[in-house]
Write a protein that binds this ligand. Structure first.
Ligand SMILES: [Zn+2]
Ligand SMILES: [Zn+2]
Length: 280
């Protein structure tokens, strides 16, 4: 990896966040790029949807991240913007799948880059509770108060999210009042970056990847930000040699020119479990 001649040295990059994400990017961007990351003042990112479901999410994660980044750039009046977007889905039983993307825009170069990760969240999904005691038990199991929780109440199809509860007694009192008025009450992990240490870690890692990527230039046109843009499936089955759906290589690309590079994964053969021929 080569470091481009100070592409972002001395620049100010705005991270469109109202939950302190700029702190998660600051160190990597300063050390690797010599850039300063700040958050724009008076930014409302909740308008693009919330985890608690009180404001629905309409845009795709990438479109939402782009809309947030652009709003931040407009407020801060800078051509460089960052935004992240996380989504959590309980698709595989009790396990919650976490998808996190970090988007970077450089309007001077006409560049838009994405770093993403798909992991299993260490936090379980929400739990609908019947008693105030159960609410505090579940919150404690999530790691409350270091890990925040949201009390979501539903009454006549109307969802209300009770956020920023920081004490167990406050949590129990709120749950008690909501249950008493006949609401359905669910305790959810608060995924907002400043209330979720595990999500903050994920975003910090992506910021690190993005800073390194911006320090990597395209071997063809020398634009910064050369990095992973795709994967190639088709790793051969280790038993019969047929192509499988297992990833064989990462495809790195440039954000401006068509240059691509294929970087083979270290595995040379796929487990026959994934082979349509050996294990149909
Ligand atoms: Zn096979
Ligand atoms: Zn290029």
């Amino acid at each position: 990896m080569t470091r481009p001649p100070a592409a972002y040295l001395g620049t100010h990059i705005t991270f469109a966040t109202m939950h302190g994400k700029e702190h998660l990017a600051r160190e990597a961007f300063r050390h690797i790029l010599g850039a300063t990351v700040t958050a724009p003042p008076d930014l409302d990112t909740d308008q693009f949807g919330t985890f608690a479901g009180d404001i629905p999410r309409i845009l795709t994660p990438r479109d939402a991240a782009r809309a947030k980044a652009r709003l931040g750039m407009q407020i801060a009046n800078t051509p460089y913007g960052l935004a992240s977007e996380g989504s959590f889905s309980a698709r595989f039983g009790p396990q919650v799948e976490q998808m996190e993307i970090l988007l970077f825009i450089d309007d001077d170069l006409g560049l838009e880059l994405i770093e993403g990760t798909l992991t299993t969240s260490p936090l379980p999904g929400g739990s609908t509770i019947a008693t105030p005691l159960r609410a505090s038990e579940f919150a404690r199991a999530l790691g409350f108060p270091a890990q925040g929780v949201i009390l979501q109440s539903t009454q006549d199809g109307h969802i209300t999210a009770h956020k920023n509860i920081t004490h167990l007694d406050e949590l129990q009192r709120t749950a008690e009042a909501l249950l008493a008025n006949g609401s359905t009450v669910t305790v959810l992990p608060d995924y907002r970056a400043h209330r979720s240490p595990s999500r903050a870690d994920t975003i910090r890692t992506l910021c690190n990847h993005m800073a390194k990527r911006l320090a990597t230039e395209c071997p063809q046109c020398r634009t910064p930000g050369f990095g992973k843009v795709d994967v190639e499936h088709g790793l051969p089955c280790s038993h019969c040699g047929e192509a499988t759906q297992v990833i064989a290589a990462d495809i790195h690309g440039c954000g401006i020119c068509p240059h691509r590079a294929r970087i083979a994964r270290t595995e040379t053969g796929a487990d026959p479990t994934w082979c349509d021929y050996c294990n149909p």
